[in-house]
Structure formats: C-alpha cells, structure tokens
Design a binder for this molecule. Structure first.
Ligand code: NDP
Length: 264
C-alpha cells in the first residue's frame, strides 16, 4: 500500500525534509511520498493529518506543542520535554515522538571542551534539548526575548534571563534556538549582548538550516568553530524515518542517503 507523509509548519516552504525523506523512500524502495503542509492554526493539526490520510508526519515551527497535545500516545522522552516533532498513525491512533534532542547532541559532539551552554530561545526545541543536555552533564542557561516562555524552565531549575535581566558571563557554546533569521534578517538577541558572548565562547551553533543567518555570520566574524542546522536536521530525520518505516532499515544506511542528498 502506498503511504503518505508530510511536514506541518508555518512557514514550511524552506523545509528540506520532503527532499531527504523522498530520496530515502526511493533509494530504499519504500512505497511512499512526503510533502509540505502549510498549517497556520495548530488546533487543526489532527483534523488535517486525518483528512489527508497520512501515515506519519514531522512537525516544525510553531506547532510542536500542538502536536504534543494532538498525540494519543507519547513516548517517554516526548512526554518529558512537552514537544513532539514526529507523529505516526498506528491502528487509528497518533503516537508522538521527539527526535530533535538526539539530533542536536550529535551535531555538537565535534566541539571540544564544552561544559557550559547558553541557549538563545525558549521554544519547543529548547524544551526538548535542554533536558537531555542537562542529563548529559552540561551546565545549561537560557536567554529569551520575553519572560513568558521561561517560566517552565525556571521551574525545572535552569538559569534563565530575558534581555533586560541578563548578566553577561562566559559560556563555552552559544546556540541560536530561536527562529530569528529564519524568515527575516534579525539577530536572536541585541548585538550588544551577543558580541561579548561570542568573543569569549569556544563555538557557536545555529540550528536554522539552508541559509547563513545573521547570527552565524556574526559568530564567523569571531573565527569561532560553527555548526549550522544541517547535522541536526539529518540526525532527527533519520530517527523520524526509522519510526515512519517501523524500524525496518539500518540507521547508518538512512543517514548516508540523507547526507549525500544534502551535500549534492
Ligand atoms: P518555537 O516557535 O517553539 O520558539 C521560538 C523561539 O524563538 C521563542 O523562544 C521566541 O521567543 C524566539 N524568537 C522568535 N523570533 C525571535 C526574534 N526575532 N528575536 C528573538 N527571539 C525570537 O520554535 P522551535 O523551538 O520549534 O524552533 C526554533 C528554530 O529551530 C526554528 O528556526 C526552526 O526552524 C529551527 N529548528 C531546526 C531543526 C533542525 O533540524 N536543524 C530542528 C528543529 C527546529 P519569544 O518567547 O520571545 O516569542
């Protein structure tokens, strides 16, 4: 039976997920296709998923919390982080997973001597990755534009600040986990805050992929080792593909197909 998969987001035009998933379906002989769905209203996620007769989906900005709410079953990690980026339909019910955090861990493994991490942004991806980073032994701090989204992180014991309350200190790794720079040319925080942070950091990561963001450009001007969102994109996609195809392929094989597509 031919299966359909999709990525939900707003915006979604920039997404490379259809390209890498479709290539892997073709290369591995899995009878399916994968397309983009521009969804403005997150509360319509489940209805749209079922109307489109999808077998599975990925969820990107700003609907990961809506995907969490739409899930009938949550895997323990998705439950812990409160955000879902992968949905799979089984026996008429939606199973929610989160593959962002394992992807992120892999993408920073190449940097040496990283102990402290400052994450810019307090959205779904920060929720997912901060917990796993803390469990891995990193000291994690969070800086966000507004206070509202910091509340749950404060409850979990993370050091948190807004631009107004931030007291600068040295962090080994600075990570842009906001969507600033995705559809505009803005920095994730005021330049006066970012410049000293980058000057004293050992590396910088922007998880936005497919373009050089203003944040990454600024990090490069300080000659920092950097990573963009491609490594993380591939790693989370490999794990999502593994769920979509019910674990029937080798992860390294999926990884090698997806990596070669993006490098072409
Ligand atoms: P959310 O919508 O859940 O959160 C967005 C966050 O960005 C909020 O903290 C928000 O702050 C902040 N923000 C948005 N615009 C600005 C701005 N102009 N200046 C400062 N802060 C801003 O997003 P996600 O966590 O789901 O995703 C964040 C980014 O990560 C997206 O760009 C997404 O494309 C990318 N991503 C990449 C992946 C990959 O595989 N490479 C995987 C997952 C995500 P506030 O609370 O003040 O509104």
């Amino acid at each position: 039976m031919h299966k359909k998969f999709a990525i939900f987001g707003d915006p979604v035009e920039h997404s490379l997920s259809p390209l890498i998933h479709n290539c892997a379906f073709i290369e591995l002989g899995f009878n399916a296709h994968y397309y983009k769905i521009h969804l403005k209203d997150g509360s319509k996620l489940k209805e749209t998923f079922l109307n489109e007769k999808l077998s599975g989906a990925n969820i990107t900005v700003p609907h990961k919390e809506a995907a969490y709410a739409a899930s009938d079953h949550l895997d323990p990690f998705a439950k812990k982080v409160g955000a879902v980026n992968t949905l799979v339909l089984k026996d008429g019910e939606l199973y929610g997973y989160n593959t962002d955090a394992p992807g992120f861990l892999r993408s920073i493994a190449k940097f040496e001597n990283i102990e402290s991490i400052l994450i810019l942004g307090a959205g779904g991806t920060t929720k997912a990755t901060s917990v796993i980073l803390k469990e891995e032994g990193y000291s994690v701090s969070i800086l966000n534009r507004s206070a509202k989204r910091l509340e749950s992180f404060i409850e979990q014991g993370f050091e948190c600040a807004t631009f107004e309350s931030f007291t600068p200190k040295q962090y080994d790794l600075i990570v842009n986990m906001t969507s600033a720079g995705l559809k505009d040319d803005s920095l994730p925080a005021p330049k006066e805050i970012l410049e000293p942070l980058l000057k004293n950091a050992k590396a910088a990561v922007d998880i936005i992929y497919g373009k050089e963001t203003p944040f990454l450009k600024l990090a490069k001007s300080y000659n920092l080792p950097i990573s963009d969102g491609e490594d993380m994109l591939i790693a989370q996609a490999v794990l999502a593909f593994d769920y979509f195809t019910d674990h029937q392929y080798n992860l390294e094989e999926i990884d090698s197909i997806m990596s070669s597509v993006l490098k072409e």
